[in-house]
Write a protein that binds this ligand. Sequence first.
Ligand SMILES: Nc1nc2c(ncn2[C@@H]2O[C@H](COP(=O)(O)OP(=O)(O)O)[C@@H](O)[C@H]2O)c(=O)[nH]1
Ligand SMILES: [Mg+2]
Length: 459
Amino acid sequence: MNRLSGLDGSTIAAVATAPGRGGIGIVRISGDAAAAIGAAITGLAMLQPRHAHFARFSDADGATLDTGIALYFPGPHSFTGEDVVELQGHGGPVVLDQVLQLACKLGARPARAGEFSERAYLNDKIDLAQAEAIADLINSSTEQAAINAARSLQGEFSRKVETLIEHVTRLRVYVEASIDFPEEEIDFIQEGQVTARLRELIRQVEAVLGQARQGALLREGMKLVIAGRPNVGKSSLLNRLSGQDTAIVAALEGTTRDVLREHIQIDGMPLHIVDTAGLRDRGDAVEMEGMRRARREMESADHILLVVDDSAASRDSGTPPWPLATEPQQRAIPFTVAYNKCDLTGRVPHVESKAGYTAIWLSARTGAGLELLRGHLKACMGYSGAMEGSFSARRRHLLALERAGAHLAAGLNQLLYTGAGELLAEDLRQCQNSLGEITGASSSDALLGEIFSSFCIGK
Ligand SMILES: Nc1nc2c(ncn2[C@@H]2O[C@H](COP(=O)(O)OP(=O)(O)O)[C@@H](O)[C@H]2O)c(=O)[nH]1
Ligand SMILES: [Mg+2]
């Protein structure tokens, strides 16, 4: 794809600072006419590159709108790669809008959401993953997420993907050459070298995928759904974990009917906790609807915290006692069992590893064992202390990496069972395409539109 085909030669302008009032507000202008517009507004004959000009911002009639600093960054050494002028004035919505209107009267047009970043991408200043990292950096809600986004913006993730692309390309060239020159055909299987390289590539894609998963989790957080029978202490646990009195706690069965949500952080790891109605086989219409919603939440959970009343555990049949027909072990969703109310049973809070799940004994009332639960949830999110070398990633990136891995696996199968070099070459081509979607080397216009339109104006 020719990236430059997305550019229309227009000059764009937008307020680059957050809406509202602030000490300083910035109008950013990018495009061929930027320098002329900047000169006209400031009344300066010309703006010196990378020089802070103190100037009056005046309209065509000479009326002063504001005073501030004008900066000029000639392309290609600017954020967008085009001529960029920044007018830094006072941060009031009306005065900034006046300066913006003036810039538009002088030949700019209002920028679309994300259009500055899009131009930076189209002019090859950053790749797609880096552009997304800008949005992630601005939107990050935890320190670790911000650090990760900054690493992606520096190209940490992109470099890993590019290395993968390079290796795939090299293998592809090798395979295709042997197809194109059959007189020199190599017996792939006999030789074994291609198989080994494929296996190594699969391992590398898996490694990057693992890191990207962690990055995505840190960016988006883990959705933890608290589920179980009525009265086991689900709402008490939500309140304990969030440190807030969010949910009504009562000795009455069927107290919680609506789905309750809290967003918390455990050592910088975002966790979205969802408290749900207790599951049982009866209840009035409202409670039944609550249970229906509880099940729906469980289906979209990243992790389920199944709460069991330890003092009544023997009453619930089965080990562990699954509430009614909602058996998380039948789904692919990982889960943890919290044996609550251990203050009543006198059991010491502790963690046990069971087949396919973890069990934790705790008390929502006394808070005993809560640290064990927090530590366990952190581990489930992939918390590893230092988090060195981690970077931000999005679900889109994970899917692309998964597709790339699947194409490699398919290619390996072709090679092992049919010995078909052509089919392997095709799988490698598709693998390369999938990886290219991450950095934008092979992305459709629709995808670009979708990504940049989610940015805010002026970014
Ligand atoms: N002794 C004891 N009681 C608890 C504990 N956790 C909750 N409860 C009590 O159990 C009852 C039901 O609690 P609640 O959080 O509303 O349970 P839910 O229906 O699962 O949301 C309330 O009376 C709570 O005070 C606990 O750890 N120990
Ligand atoms: Mg409740």
